[in-house]
Design a protein around this ligand. Structure first.
Ligand SMILES: *[C@@H]1O[C@H](CO)[C@@H](O)[C@H](O)[C@H]1NC(C)=O
Ligand SMILES: *[C@@H]1O[C@H](CO)[C@@H](O)[C@H](O)[C@H]1NC(C)=O
Length: 418
């Protein structure tokens, strides 16, 4: 039974509004068409409503990043409704070891992606014939979607062979420049920097990276090494992720800022609350320099453009400022017509209040600042700690995956699509 992601207070219901508006436009266009001599649907006969095309994509969505979001965006573009299967914890443990994020958090993350319409929790790791039939017959799925990287089952067969044979399979292009393995690598590197004196950990980590992206981590933990990324941000990608709409007239604009590093369920939940306090949520994303200055040289794990894409993919977010100032100034409040500035109670740098210059001094003095009770007690550090505490397991898993990724990047050729 899929969960319908749309909730009443959910801004996604804006899509409903959008449809009504488009309905209005269609009427206008029909009248125009009359004058321009374009073919019109016969008057008085109700046009048969086209059945929406439903597409299915599954995944573990562990440590979800903008690469996953981009895959979901591409999948959604192949149909009208996107149903996403999220693999259960038990299935992930059985197939590749413990997930960093438990199912409930992975569900929050996937539901928050603006291109997702429905979710099936506890999806199987591999699509069996039974499950495929269930998808086609119970969930009315038209096509099963998967990336262009091969997905081979332990018995050596193609996981999507059945769907392909049924002619119900469509492929999307893998998102270049990011993978969970790469992100775990960056986190482990950040740990290495902190425990630099520990020769045991150091050598085992070096061994790991010598199998994968070895050369690129050679800087010996100077701090800049954390920003290794294959990701090349293009303006087109940012446009694809954007809503492309400003606030409507009289909209109440809410502002929240932060690093949003390793975008997680805690972020999603505070953004949901913030969005509920107004009509338009503007999110300020701090620059890499600001984050480093406040949280140490090993942060952020994800660079500014990567963090921006993750936030933009979230359905509760209307607009982002890519590189927001640390202090919320009067000028900024005026420029964006901000009605309310919020900040969560769970954050990594909440000692800002003790400092001599509180970044929220201006909104506080204007009486438009509000501290929001964070629904989840998760921070970026929580995520890094989970990795570190399962260090050995992740390291082994990472070594294997890094090898196949290294091969991918060595063998890769140009593939059309986006
Ligand atoms: C480093 O290794 C020691 C034991 O050799 C271990 O107790 C410690 O937790 C390790 N630190 C990290 C960050 O993995
Ligand atoms: C600024 O925001 C307020 C709501 O807080 C709204 O009433 C007003 O119309 C907005 N101003 C402009 C110029 O959009």
């Amino acid at each position: 039974m899929g969960f319908d992601v749309g909730q009443p207070e959910n801004p996604y219901s804006a899509r409903f509004l959008g449809t009504c508006l488009i309905g209005g436009l269609v009427l206008g266009a029909s009248m125009l068409g009359f004058y321009l001599g374009l073919p019109l649907p016969p008057i008085g006969i109700k046009r048969k409503k086209k059945k929406p095309i439903r597409v299915y994509m599954d995944g573990c969505f562990d440590m979800m990043h903008y690469g996953h979001c981009n895959a979901l965006r591409q999948a959604r573009a192949l149909g009208d409704q996107l149903v996403v299967g999220v693999v259960s914890d038990a299935e992930i443990i059985a197939n590749k070891g413990p997930p960093v994020t438990p199912l409930n958090e992975r569900m929050i993350m996937v539901s928050a992606v603006k291109w997702v319409d429905e979710i099936i929790p506890d999806a199987p790791y591999a699509i069996t014939e039974d499950f495929m039939n269930k998808l086609f017959n119970e969930y009315n799925i038209d096509y099963i979607i998967h990336g262009d990287d091969p997905c081979i089952l332990p018995d050596g067969t193609d996981a999507y062979a059945l769907a392909k044979k049924a002619g119900r399979y469509k492929q999307i292009k893998r998102t270049e420049g990011v993978s969970s393995t790469d992100i775990v690598g960056r986190m482990l590197l950040c740990v290495r920097e902190r425990s630099i004196g520990d020769t045991h950990n150091r050598s085992s980590l070096q061994r790991q990276f010598s199998h994968g992206h070895g050369q690129k981590f050679e800087d010996g933990g100077s701090g800049s090494g954390t920003r290794v990324s294959h990701f090349l941000p293009t303006s087109r990608r940012i446009v694809q992720f954007s809503n492309g709409k400003g606030p409507g007239p009289d909209a109440r604009i809410v502002y929240i800022d932060g690093a949003f590093d390793l975008f997680h369920a805690g972020h999603v939940e505070i953004l949901r609350l913030a969005r509920g306090l107004g009509d338009f949520l503007l999110v300020g994303i701090h620059t890499d320099q600001t984050v480093s200055a406040n949280r140490g040289t090993h942060r952020p794990i994800m660079n500014l453009h990567e963090r921006s894409l993750s936030v933009l993919a979230c359905r509760y977010v209307d607009e982002v400022i890519i590189g927001a100032p640390w202090e919320v100034s009067k000028d900024m409040i005026t420029t964006f017509n901000i009605s309310l500035v919020v900040h969560g109670t769970v954050a990594e740098n909440n000692d800002y209040q003790k400092g001599k210059c509180n970044p929220y001094d201006v909104p506080i003095s204007m009486g438009i600042f509000r501290l929001l009770e964070s629904p989840l007690d998760i921070t970026t550090t929580t995520i890094i700690r989970r990795i570190v505490s399962n260090h050995e397991a992740y390291q082994k898993r990472n070594e294997k995956k890094a090898e196949s990724e290294r091969r991918y990047y060595e063998d890769k050729t140009y593939v059309a699509g986006d």
